[in-house]
Design a protein around this ligand. Structure first.
Ligand code: ATP
Length: 268
């Protein structure tokens, strides 16, 4: 393994995205979605990604955790290159799916739609991956799941099935389920977009607590208030590139690019 595969360039950096390209399809059908994205995320920080529909935000998150294979560039998470190994001659080799699965298990992801198992209770949903993937005993997993459901304010709902829970409660179960794998990094893809407006706050509150506990987070959201209060870093994406990034006070209150100004004038 070369140095580039393993050595943390900077111990304070959790995610390092370099010149990432993503093309879907081939030939005339090819869609170039990410066009050279660079992004650094510091350990323990919160990065909010804003941008119009179709700008590539979801694709970027999916490339960070290897749900999508990148077409070019590199993604390094906690000092480890995702998906590939570079040999001594600089040639890249795809890692074995088992290794990729292990890499992915360090990253929790929360989607717009919660995808809970409908036939399992909240507790069973949160226990599932630690038992199946991490090999925890049911007793340990149950204890961990109960603790996490308490953390997201659902101790009184552990035996409820998803259909008996509100959208906000289901999303909080989904967050607990992601946390059950003990991730080093959490990715959120529009976690409140599918919720009734009155349920958005309870999910954002859980995310704020998580940020305060020191979790490294990348959040795609249109919740500007959350970005302003919780983000350390705000990134504005458009047409597959990062147009502008910086602290929320700069990007949200004093954007430098026309495209950012235009976007914000529609969402603020
Ligand atoms: N599997 C795929 N095959 C082909 N094109 C895709 C695929 N996934 C995404 N795209 C295209 O990539 C572009 C960016 O999509 P993406 O979902 O990343 O954008 P987004 O900024 O997250 O948008 P939204 O806010 O609407 O979710 C879109 O034009 C989309 O159609």
């Amino acid at each position: 393994m070369s140095v580039a595969d393993t050595a943390p360039a900077d111990a304070g950096t959790m995610v390092s995205v370099r010149a990432v390209h993503k093309v879907f399809g081939h030939g005339h059908e090819a869609v170039h979605v990410l066009k050279g994205v660079d992004l650094d995320v510091a350990r323990g920080s919160v990065t909010v990604i804003l941008g119009p529909s179709g700008s590539g935000k979801s694709t970027l998150l999916r490339c960070v955790n290897e749900l999508e294979e990148i077409t070019g560039g590199s993604v390094v998470v906690d000092g480890e290159r995702m998906g590939y190994r570079e040999d001594a001659k600089g040639v890249l080799h795809r890692l074995h799916p088992k290794v990729v699965a292990r890499q992915r298990s360090r990253i929790g992801m929360v989607f717009q739609r919660f995808h809970l198992f409908p036939h399992m209770t909240a507790l069973e949903n949160v226990m599932e991956a630690p038992v199946q993937v991490k090999g925890l005993s049911k007793r340990e997993a149950r204890q961990r799941a109960a603790g996490l459901l308490e953390r997201v304010g659902l101790s009184d709902r552990t035996d409820h099935y998803p259909s008996q829970l509100s959208g906000g409660q289901q999303q909080r179960v989904a967050i607990a389920r992601a946390l059950a794998m003990d991730p080093e990094l959490m990715l959120f893809d529009e976690p409140t977009s599918a919720l009734d407006p009155e349920l958005v706050g309870e999910v954002l509150a859980v995310m704020r607590d998580l940020a305060e506990s020191g979790m490294t987070m990348i959040v795609v959201t249109h919740e500007i208030g959350f970005a302003r209060e919780v983000a350390d870093h705000v990134v504005f994406m458009d047409d597959g590139v990062i147009v502008e990034s910086g602290p929320p006070g700069e990007v949200l209150d004093d954007p430098q690019h026309e495209r950012t100004k235009n976007f914000l004038s529609h969402v603020l």
